[in-house]
Design a protein around this ligand. Structure first.
Ligand code: NAP
Length: 332
């Protein structure tokens, strides 16, 4: 049988168990031109909280009663598709369910012998690609830049910071708690760290970037963005990657201190990884090489059971996870 997670209610604030309905259906059969994927892992991403709001965004909202949208990696178990054959592993938007029936649109084959499967929805998947295009194309990093990254221990931020280090920048990561800060400094090689849960963020940025930043890679928005806006160097670039601190609120908090962009002739630019589809190959090849050379490290926080979706999803917002959040949905 195929266990599927449907959107049952639109939550106010943090999602709860009754936001979702677990539904069980027979495993689908492929028609002509279709394939069925047995999903091993699904990706849990902050943007899911936006997709379940009934608001206009870059993708249509998930409708009540629909399978929750989500990135997946799994094995083709049945196929009448010309390209995707039984036994291949594919990644794509399979949804939060154990089996996906698809015509292959948006699916791409991966090689499970190169990296562990969850890495294809982590460091070599959407979060890694976001970091790559954000740090190169939006932040336009140069050797010697002072680069500040919020969500620095997370899926996107940890990769963005390591790429900036590889390119000779001075990197400061912001994260919540001593353990994540030690990870950024000792494991990822960041130059300095700020524990925003235990240090005033304005004081922390002043301490770690005394002359200001050339680049701020923003994953969280809110007051941390305010504090970063106040300490920019001439010509600074801010990449608005995400605003997780605001996703559970209906009253988005807008930035203060943005007029400092005038003083420093700075730019603040939002971007979406989905716009870089034609260049994913370039990014995966480069990041795969850095991983093989030991220059780029990623880690996944893997939890088990589609029944545990909501509790696991909440870890994105309370920070109780280490690395890219992944849910194993395959049952042995
Ligand atoms: P992640 O960083 O692995 O996980 C989310 C982290 O956010 C948590 O672990 C927590 O870390 C931090 N956080 C949660 N609430 C916070 C708050 N109120 N203030 C400060 N930090 C908070 O998630 P991710 O997948 O890498 O995503 C990071 C950001 O990138 C998200 O905003 C996401 O929407 C965005 N994103 C954008 C694109 C794009 O195309 N633009 C693509 C992918 C992701 P701490 O324990 O350190 O607090």
């Amino acid at each position: 049988m195929n266990k599927r997670l449907l959107l049952a209610h639109r939550p106010e604030g943090l999602p709860t168990e009754d936001t979702w309905k677990l539904d069980v259906q027979p495993i689908p059969e492929p028609g002509e031109g279709q394939l069925v994927v047995r999903n091993h892992y699904v990706s849990l991403d902050p943007a899911m909280r936006i997709w379940i709001k009934d608001v206009r965004s870059y993708l249509p909202p998930v409708q009540l009663g629909d399978v929750m949208r989500g990135g997946t990696i799994g094995e083709v178990i049945a196929s009448k598709h010309p390209t995707f054959k039984e036994g291949m592993y594919v990644s794509g938007w399979g949804g939060i369910q154990q089996y996906t029936l698809t015509d292959g649109q948006g699916m791409f084959a991966v090689d499970p012998s190169l990296v562990p499967l969850p890495t294809y929805i982590g460091g070599l998947g959407m979060p890694g690609l976001t970091a790559y295009f954000g740090i190169f194309d939006v932040c336009k990093i140069k050797e010697g830049d002072v680069v500040l990254i919020s969500g620095g221990a997370g899926a996107v931020g940890s990769v963005a910071g390591q790429i900036a280090k590889i390119k000779g920048c001075y990197v400061v990561g912001i994260a919540g708690g001593p353990e994540k800060c030690a990870y950024m400094k000792d494991e990822l090689g960041f130059d300095d760290v700020i524990d925003y849960k235990n240090e005033n963020i304005y004081a922390g940025i002043k301490r770690s970037c005394p002359k200001g930043m050339d680049v701020y890679f923003d994953n969280v928005g809110g007051e941390i963005l305010d504090a970063a806006l106040a300490r920019l160097k001439l010509g600074a670039r801010i990449a608005i990657c995400g605003a997780i601190s605001q996703y559970n609120s209906d009253d988005f908090y807008g930035p203060k201190n943005y007029s400092n962009l005038i003083n420093v002739r700075g730019t603040m630019q939002g971007f979406l990884v989905l716009d870089y589809g034609k260049r994913y190959g370039e990014a995966v090849a480069q990041m795969g090489q850095w991983m093989a050379q030991g220059k780029l490290k990623t880690r996944e926080a893997i939890y088990e059971g589609i029944e545990n979706f909501n509790d696991t999803f909440l870890r994105l917002f309370n920070g109780d996870k280490k690395g890219k959040l992944v849910l194993k949905v395959i049952e042995d």
